[in-house]
Design a binder for this molecule. Sequence first.
Ligand code: ADP
Ligand code: ZN
Ligand code: MG
Length: 481
Amino acid sequence: MKDYEIVVGLEVHAELSTNTKIYCSCKNSFGSEVNSNCCPICLGMPGTLPTLNEKVVDYAIKMGHALNCTINRVCKQDRKNYFYPDLPKAYQISQSDIPLCEHGYLDVMLDRQGTMKRIGVTRIHIEEDAGKLVHDDSFAGSLVDFNRCGVPLIEIVSEPDMRSSAEAKAYLDGIKAILQCLDVSDCKMQEGSIRCDINVSVREKGSETFNNRVEMKNVNTFSGAVRAIEYETKRQIEVMEAGGTISQETRRWDDVKGVNSLLRSKENAEDYRYFPEPDLLTIVVPEEKVEALKQSLPELPHHRLLRYMNDYRLPHFDANLLVENLEKAAFFEDCIAIGGSQPKSITNWLLGDVSRILNEKNWVLSQSELTPENLMEMIALIESGKISNTTGKTVIKVLMEENKKPSVIVEEKGLVQVSDSSVLEAIVDEVLANNLKLVADYKGGKTNVWGFLVGQCMRASKGKGNPALLRELLEKAIAKL
Ligand code: ADP
Ligand code: ZN
Ligand code: MG
């Protein structure tokens, strides 16, 4: 078999979380009663006129800035004509030749070592969503819900720059994280807030030209996208290995069966007869507004990830967990600002015991009493040897529920680490006396009992023994036996 390379380009549709629809004042909300968020405008009644929702333009420009696009301050909207029962106007208002944003890119991280890849973003344009067909088994036919008609969308079109399903997944995850961080889309996959069209072609490795692409429409989960790409790649390679060629066509991905099937070929591709929307004015965005929206962007997730890995030497795993939870990230940065400990010691507690306790209590961080000051003081107590790491686990539980100084908790509960050799020696002797058989095993070469003996000593000290000193004394005592 020849060596093949896959080429993937993605078109991501994201519903924007504006309060109202794109061309009317109907509510933009999911899950309302069927056909309750509709008006003559979004139903396309003759004689009605659309008015563009300014927020839609703002949100799209923000996304354009985040993806390093050129913003076309002057652009227009166009009619895309087609017939389908969920589209009462028989056209969708979209943008054809002049999109609001174009020529951008997104840098994605491909692995834990931080290998980066730049994926080109061809364009971002605004458009309206269509309604939804509802299939009801008790009824021979389909019903239609127009609530989604006129829900604002942005379509983000990538260059054919991805070379594996993993790269496509990294790109999709990156786009989703930015949409959420900018608060322009709720990204609820199960509600269809993000959907993508997937374009796949396969070529011989080393080839400079692209082969015909196959497009799979409306895939609505990212794991489904990965499966669809892998299935289609395999299908194309099989066709090529059998001496066939791939023709440009659209196929429907069935995620339940895990297969795709032909929808239409190029010969009967749709002609949408785009023309400029006569009922809407040219969009003209003032330069100051474009700039102000740029200044309003928060730090983007992929930038934050890189900063944590580079500036704080955090492993990818830790950095990523922080980036996914802005509340924890802010807490981490407050801890860093206080200073005194390694960033990794902070994330060990924050992503370890603290997160575990939050999960158990079903809390978010702000529902606990833990403050950055208290966490940092507790870590300092451990690092100075005043309390053991094991004792820290007891203290952190209290700190989650009470805003009290760790040193006070340690004092009150009598948790100060025991570093008095004579006290620890007595503990070691007792543990050894109770475990003579294990000691013999150990001396006979069964070194795996070591951990158990250390654990027994720690337990006998009620978790307060200085672990390093205990180990040292234990080793000496065994040597003497
Ligand atoms: P259409 O309107 O027909 O879907 P677009 O230009 O909007 O066309 O989208 C084309 C998509 O297909 C882009 O994401 C692009 O990167 C991708 N694409 C183009 N050529 C290829 C190819 N040979 N192999 C894979 N993807 C491709
Ligand atoms: Zn309406
Ligand atoms: Mg397309």
